[in-house]
Design a protein around this ligand. Structure first.
Ligand SMILES: *Cc1c(COP(=O)(O)O)cnc(C)c1O
Length: 425
């Protein structure tokens, strides 16, 4: 299965003779065993199998396997949300007293998770601009830095991360690069091909694509050699007393250690698992991801070009525009298109932005992006309202920014709708 299209449709599941063509929803919390010894082996991770859906469920694993193939990884797990994926991805290798370097241009929810909640847990974060100098990047690292984090295309700032550059810097300091690939999706960018080590997703967005199921995913490239930096990653390279003294890297190799630990420890203790029903819905979305991404990108490109020439628009941010500061990076990492989200400012500030949004008939005002249906949002007064002005600027959100997520409707209809809404302001 070489092509991304085939992986979207058929990845992760090959039914045997007489088995269901569509993936079965195993809506069961628990699994039956003949003897206590059989089950004991599962608890000790000596045999693989299912015992309780808080940790693992066959439907979720089938869908995780598809996303794993799409990203080109060695192991993957679903989580209850994108937030849970971001949290697990870091907390699996960092604890109180540790430090993480993160791009400042990230999703507002992730910024809050890092800057407030995970700080309370004793993990320090240094935020740096994706456009920072080599010196700034170098200076962000400390001896206790455990990971570097960034988004392929940042939500909502739409900056593009130079994945290769950040991967090199991370590796020079013995750290994995974790990439949130939600906006690009593996259809448009596969961060592992550029040196990233772990990929996370909010599957709530394009992967589901129908605004139906909240979910997340973590994929391991299997390439980061934790054992080379065993002192840095004791959780992976020394015995886990809560799991009968298993050393994850010894038992599961560098290809399997990270996801096994996240499942056996974090999922066991924190239980942020995805429901089998949601995983099934997610899989329906994945089956058409490659087709939808094309139309999302086509619409966004047309809308961005239209807006950039409109007199009532003060600025447009879309990395597919030739004049965009991230155009070259986008061409390098996402030559077939980036995502369907366009940010722009309407002349007349907040009041004009609100009037414009209310006048739209196709795009609805929603706290959502990456849906088959177009939607729009004013982040400064909604998703990002908890941030100070300085923090807003740091994550690339100006007060006049409108985020328009172009759906997969007809291009002409979308532009006509925007045109009539702009006439009303
Ligand atoms: C939405 C989003 C998240 C959080 O995902 P949820 O599924 O809403 O928890 C994380 N990262 C990015 C880039 C997102 O767009």
């Amino acid at each position: 299965m070489a092509n991304i299209e085939t992986k979207c449709v058929q990845g992760g599941y090959t039914p045997g003779n007489g088995e269901p063509r569509q993936i079965p929803i195993i809506q069961s919390t628990t699994f039956k065993y003949d003897t206590g010894t059989d089950m004991g082996k599962l608890f000790d991770l000596e045999a693989s199998g299912y015992f309780y859906s808080r940790l693992q469920n066959p439907t979720c694993d089938t869908v995780a396997a598809k996303i794993c193939q799409l990203e080109g990884g060695t192991a993957a797990m679903l989580t209850s949300s994108g937030q849970a994926a971001s949290f697990f991805a870091i907390f699996n290798i960092a604890q109180a007293g540790d430090h993480v370097v993160s791009s400042s241009s990230i999703y507002g929810g992730t910024f809050n998770l890092f800057n407030v909640t995970m700080r309370k847990m004793g993990i320090e974060f240094t935020f740096i601009s994706p456009d920072c100098s080599d010196e700034e990047l170098e200076n962000a690292f400390r001896p206790n830095t455990k990971a570097v984090f960034g988004e392929t295309v940042a939500n909502p700032a739409l900056t593009v991360l130079d994945i290769e550059r950040f991967a090199k810097a991370a590796h020079a300091h013995g750290c994995p690069l974790i990439i949130d690939n939600t906006f690009a999706t593996p259809v448009n960018c596969r961060p592992f091909e550029w040196g990233a080590d772990i990929v996370t997703h909010s599957t709530t967005k394009y992967m589901d694509g129908h605004g139906s199921a909240v979910g997340g995913c973590i994929v391991d490239s299997g390439k980061f050699d934790w054992t080379k930096y065993a002192d840095k990653f004791p959780g992976l390279c020394t015995p886990d007393e809560s799991y009968h003294g298993i050393t994850y890297t010894e038992r599961f190799g560098i290809e399997g250690a990270y996801i096994t630990k996240a499942t056996a420890q974090l999922m066991r203790d924190l239980g942020s698992t995805q429901s089998p029903q949601s995983a099934f819905i997610l899989n329906l979305g994945l089956e058409s991801l490659h087709l939808r991404m094309k139309q999302h990108c086509k619409n966004a490109q047309a809308v961005a070009e239209y807006l950039s020439e409109h007199e009532k628009i003060s600025w447009v941010k879309y990395c597919g525009l030739k004049g965009d500061k991230d155009y070259a990076l986008a061409q390098k990492y996402m030559p077939n298109g980036s995502c369907g989200v366009v940010s722009f400012g309407v002349k007349g500030g907040k009041a004009a932005a609100e009037k414009f949004m209310e006048a739209l008939t196709i795009a609805a005002i929603e706290t959502h992006v990456a849906d088959a249906r177009s939607c729009c949002l004013h982040p400064a007064s909604t998703t990002h309202r908890q941030l100070s002005d300085e923090e807003l600027v740091a994550c690339g959100v100006t007060p006049d920014l409108i985020r328009l997520s172009c759906g997969i409707e007809g291009t002409e209809d979308l532009i006509a709708d925007i045109a009539q809404a702009l006439e009303k302001i």
